[in-house]
Design a protein around this ligand. Structure first.
Ligand SMILES: *Cc1c(COP(=O)(O)O)cnc(C)c1O
Length: 396
């Protein structure tokens, strides 16, 4: 059909709606009436992602969502999951087995970091974490048994950038698979396969769903690879429920509109905060003062809605108290985990992840006590700036 994102978001995968309803119905069913031809039924039972056999195997709406995402990420195929973590863990388990090694980053989404540190090691899979801003560190960490380079860019929460092209080339040179968590950028702002990355994963809970009303995950890759992921997904069982899949499909229709508005809002908000005397530091890849701004501009079409600020204070303790004061003084920004929705959220990463990180890990991942992570929404920018301004005025 078309290669234009906005049209793909609205129309792609219509063939999975076999009714005359303009809007894809919710297929709220666990199972489907068998084809009277036993050969057809065998096919339905064994073919990856067959949409009309049994829900854990597939569902028409799941197929429609996967078709859209495969188009956006420029891969042959895709598979949806009940959460981002289900997508990430299953995608990794379709590549590595006992005795294998993964090269990953210091800074990862906390759930991914826990999966690497506390689960994979129990199954004989080792992981080396490196500084993602240093490409030579990735190459140095490669061993004879390395099967996967796993990256996240921009990373959660600090917005470090990993060079997609360099990782794509490095992985190819060594015959290793490369996988990227593209959640923070969304496919509107970044297409990792353009730079030679093999597999793209998303927490669809965030920008793709976009309304903070569902959890979901997506894996995009070659047809053969997605068949392997599907086989593990059938065994592990984290399939996306029919209603959530329908909500995700609905959310996707406005993905481009939302992300563009969010890109614009976030840049203006970052510029405002960067000038504010009570903010020590703003981390936003769209600002010229971001240490990796040039790299971000090379591989991103927009800079997304995630930014981190360091609230000022005489010492870490005062910065921490000021950060809490700021959060509590806001009226529009909601203090909550998660991101990528239409509403602006703010959160204190050191509290959220304090349980999981040791002091050394916090330092390596750059999470300070005065740091706040903001997910910019689609509200009017003047209201967002005014809200932060009045809350900052309350800090002395
Ligand atoms: C939220 C998030 C995840 C996990 O997704 P869930 O849907 O919560 O399981 C993974 N990676 C990143 C970057 C995230 O922000």
């Amino acid at each position: 059909m078309t290669s234009n994102t906005e049209t793909i978001l609205v129309h792609e995968g219509q063939q999975f709606n076999q009714t005359s309803a303009v809007t894809t119905p919710i297929y709220q069913t666990s199972t489907y009436i068998a084809d009277p031809d036993p050969m057809e039924y065998i096919k339905a039972a064994t073919e990856p992602k067959h949409p009309y056999f049994y829900h854990r195997h597939g569902n028409p709406t799941n197929s429609q969502v996967a078709t859209i995402l495969a188009k956006l990420e420029k891969t042959e195929d895709a598979l949806v999951f009940a959460t981002g973590m289900a997508a990430i863990s299953t995608a990794i388990l379709a590549i590595v087995k006992s005795g294998d090694h993964i090269v990953a980053q210091h800074a990862h989404y906390s759930g991914t970091a826990i999966f690497f540190k506390e689960f994979l090691t129990d199954y004989g899979i080792t992981v080396t974490a490196v500084d993602q801003t240093d490409i030579s560190a990735f190459e140095k960490a490669i061993q004879a048994n390395t099967k996967l380079i796993y990256i996240e860019t921009p990373s959660n929460p600090n917005l470090y950038i990993t060079d997609l092209k360099a990782i794509g080339e490095l992985a190819k040179k060594h015959g290793i698979q490369s996988m990227v968590d593209n959640t923070f950028a969304s496919p509107i702002n970044q297409t990792p396969t353009d730079f030679g990355i093999d597999v793209v994963v998303h927490s669809a809970t965030k920008y793709l769903g976009g309304h903070s009303d569902l959890t979901a995950g997506i894996v995009c890759g070659t047809r053969d690879y997605i068949a392997r992921v599907w086989k593990r997904s059938v065994a592990l069982g984290a399939s996306l429920a029919p209603l959530d899949s329908w909500l995700l499909l609905r959310g996707l229709k406005t993905l481009s509109l939302r992300v563009k508005q969010i890109n614009t809002n976030a840049l203006k908000l970052a510029e405002f905060l960067d000038q504010h005397p009570k903010i020590k530091k703003v981390s936003y890849p769209g600002l010229a003062n971001h240490p990796q701004h040039e790299l971000a501009a090379q591989q991103m079409k927009g800079f997304s809605g995630m930014l981190c600020i360091d609230v000022d204070g005489k010492n870490e303790e005062e910065a921490f108290l000021n950060a809490q004061k700021l959060i509590n003084g806001l009226h529009i920004f909601i203090n909550a985990a998660s991101l990528g929705g239409v509403e602006s959220l703010i959160v204190h990463p050191a509290s959220m992840w304090g349980r999981h990180h040791t002091k050394e890990q916090k330092e390596a991942s750059g999470i300070t006590l005065g740091m706040l992570r903001i997910s910019v929404g689609i509200e009017h920018i003047d209201d967002l700036i005014a809200d932060l301004k009045q809350a900052l005025d309350q800090i002395n």
